[in-house]
Design a protein around this ligand. Sequence first.
Ligand code: ADP
Ligand code: MG
Length: 754
Amino acid sequence: QVETLKAKLLEQAQEISRLRSELGGTDAEKHRDLLAAENERLRQEMKACEGELRELQRQQQAPCRDCPHLQENAGLQEQLSQLQREAEETRAKLVELDLEVQQKTNRLAEVELRLKDSLAERAEEEERLSRRLRDSQETIASLKSQPQQIKYIIKTVEVESAKVKQALCETQSRNQYLQEQVGMQKQVLKEMEQQLQSSQKTEAQLRAQIMMYEAELERAHGQMLEEMQAMEEEKNHAIEEAFSRAQVEMKAVHENLAGVRTNLLTLQPALRTLTHDYNSLKRQVRDFPLLLQETLRSARAEISQAIEEVHSTNRELLRKYRRELQLRKKCHNELVRLKGNIRVFGRVRPITKEDGEGPEAANAVTFDADDDAVLYLLHKGKQVSFELDKVFPPQASQEEVGATNHTAGVRGRGSHLLLTLPCLPQVFQEVQALVTSCIDGYNVCIFAYGQTGAGKTYTMEGTAANPGINQRALQLLFSEVRGKAADWDYAITVSAAEIYNEALRDLLGKEPQEKLEIKLCPDGSGQLYVPGLTEFRVQSVEDINKVFEFGHIKRVTECTNLNEHSSRSHALLIVTVRGLDRSTGLRTTGKLNLVDLAGSERVGRSGAEGSRLREAQHINKSLSALGDVIYALRSRQGHVPFRNSKLTYLLQDSLSGDSKTLMMVQVSPAEKNTSETLCSLKFAERVRSVELGPVSRKAELGSWPSQEHLEVLKTVMGESPGSAAPPCRGHASPSPGQLSSRSASIRRKLQTSG
Ligand code: ADP
Ligand code: MG
C-alpha cells in the first residue's frame, strides 16, 4: 500500500508539472500572439493605405482636366476602395479575432481556476494519503503482537465441545419424545379405520333406499301417462262439440248476412241517388264562384257603363252649362252696353242731426211709387222731376241698395225681408257686373259725386260695421277670382291716390307730398301710367283693408262750415286685375277705379277764403272738366278734353270707348241744400245718356267688329219676333232657319273664344 501510494504521489506531481507547462505556452496563447502580431501588421498596412489615400486625394484636388492620370486615378480609386473594403473586412476580422481572444482569455482564466482547484485537491489527497500511511504503520506495529490471542481461541474451542455434549443429550431426549408421539398417532389411525368401516355400512343402507325410491318414481310416471291420455280424449271431445256449435252459429250468421244483403240491395239505389245529388250539388258549389264572378262582372260593367253614361251626360251638361254661361255673359255685356256705358244712380241720404231743425231741414225730395228711376225735387216752390237709371231713397241700406220696389213700408222692414223678396238688389248686381267686367279685362270707373255731406264717402267706403261699395266690390272681386282659380291665374294690385289742388299724390307712398306725373305708356298701347305710384299686391279683403287704413291717414280733409269732415280732394282707389288663362295663354288687364270725388258745392256757399277758396276752385274746375269730358264723349266729338284736369287725364283710358262707368250722384234731401241738389241732379242727368260706344275687351286675342257682335247677340238673345225657344240649343245642333248661317258661325267663334 505504501508503495502504491508513493507511486500515485509521483504520478500526481508529474501531472502537476505537465499542467504547469501547458499553462506556460498553450496553443491559444500562441494563436493570440500570432493574431496580435498580424493585427499590428494590418494596422500598419492600413495606415500606409490611408497615407496613400490622402496623397491621392491631394492629387485629385489639384485641378487637372483631361489629365492623363485620370485613368490612373480611377484605377487607383478603385484600388483604394478595394483596399478600403479589404481594410473593412480586415477590421471585421480583427474584431472577430479580438472576440476570439477575449473568449480564449476567459477560457484560460477558467482553466487556471480549475487548476488551482485541482492543486488544492491534490494537496488534500496527499495529506490524506500520508495519514493513511501513518495509520497503516501503526496497524503493522500492532499486528506484530498478535500470537497470544490465537491461544485464547483454542481454549474457547475446548469449552465449546462441552457445549456440544450437552446439546446431544438434549437431542436424545427429544428423540424419545418423538417416538412417543408416533405411537399415539398409530392409535389414532386405528380408530379412524373403524370409523371408515361403519360409514361403508351406512352407505349400503342408503343405496338400498335409493333403489326403492326409484321404483316408486317409475310407478308414478306410469300413472301420469294414463291421466294424460284421458285428458287428451276429453279435449278432443270438447273440440268436436265446440265445432258443431260453431257451425250452427255460422249458419245463423249466414242467414243474417243474406238478410243484410237484401237490405243492401234495396239501399243501393237510394245511395246512388244521394251520390248523384251530392255530385250535382258539388258541381254547383264549384261553379258558384264563377257564376258569381260572371254576375259581378256583368253588374260591374253595367254599373260602369251607367257611370260612364252619367259622366258623359254630366260632361255634356257641363259643356252646355259653360256655353250658356258664356252666352249669358255676352248677353249681359250687350245689355249693359245697350243701356249705356255710363250708368247714373241717384242716392238720397236721410235727414241727419247735422241738418238741424225747422223748415231748413224739411224734406224736399220725393219719389215716384211706380218708377224707381224718377225723383222729384221741390225747389223754390216748383217740383222738378229727374229721371236717372235708378234712384235709391234714404231708407236704402248699403247692401240692399237697389231693390226694385221701394215703397217706404216694404223697405222699412229690414234687410231680411227684402232679401226674401223676389226683387233684385240692382246696385249690387250692377257692381257685380262691373267687377266681372273688370276681371274679364274691361276698365271700370265708379264715381261718387255730390256736395259735401251728401253721403259720398258713406256710399263708397261706408262704416266699419256697414261697409260701402268699395269693400263689397273688392270682396266680390276676390270671390270671383277664387271661383276662376281653376283655369286662371290672377294678380291683383291696388294703388291709392288723391288729387288735391290738381296735384296727384300717392297715398301709399313713402313721400305723400310728392307730386306725381301722368305719362303715356312708352309701349304705344295708348295706356296711361303714373311713374312712382305705389302698387300693393293683395290677396284678400284683409290686405285691402290694411291698404285703406294706411291711405286714409294721409287724405287731406278740412273743416268747412257745411260739414265738419269734408273731403277737399278726389280720392282714388285703383285696383288692377291681371289675368292669365293657363290653357290658352290669353292675358287680360282690367282696372277698377273707385273714386270718391271732392264736394261739388259752389264756392260762394261754402264761405271759403284764401287757400280754401283755391281748393274749391280746383275742385269745381276738375268736376266741370269731368262733365265736359263726358259730354264730349256722349256727343261723339272729335276732341275729348281729357287733359283739362288731372282727374280726367288720369281716368282717360277708363272713361273712353271700351270702358264702363257708374256714377253715384249723392244728394241731400234737406230744404236748405236744394240748390246744390238741383245742380248735382242736373249733372247726373247730363252724363246719364252719354253713349260711350261699343264695349271692347282689352284682350290680346282681339275684339269683334261691333256691328257683327251686336247682330249676333241680338239673334242669340232671341230678339227675333215669335221665337219662344231658348236662345240657344247648343253648339252641336243649331236649329236651322232660326239663325242665319253667318250669325251661327260667328256665334260659334264667340263661344270658343270665351
Ligand atoms: P260726403 O262724403 O259726401 O261728404 P259723408 O259720406 O261724409 O258725405 O256723409 C255725411 C254724413 O251723412 C255722415 O255722417 C254719414 O254717416 C251720413 N250719411 C250719409 N249717407 C247716409 C245714409 N245713406 N244713411 C245713413 N247715414 C248717411
Ligand atoms: Mg266725403
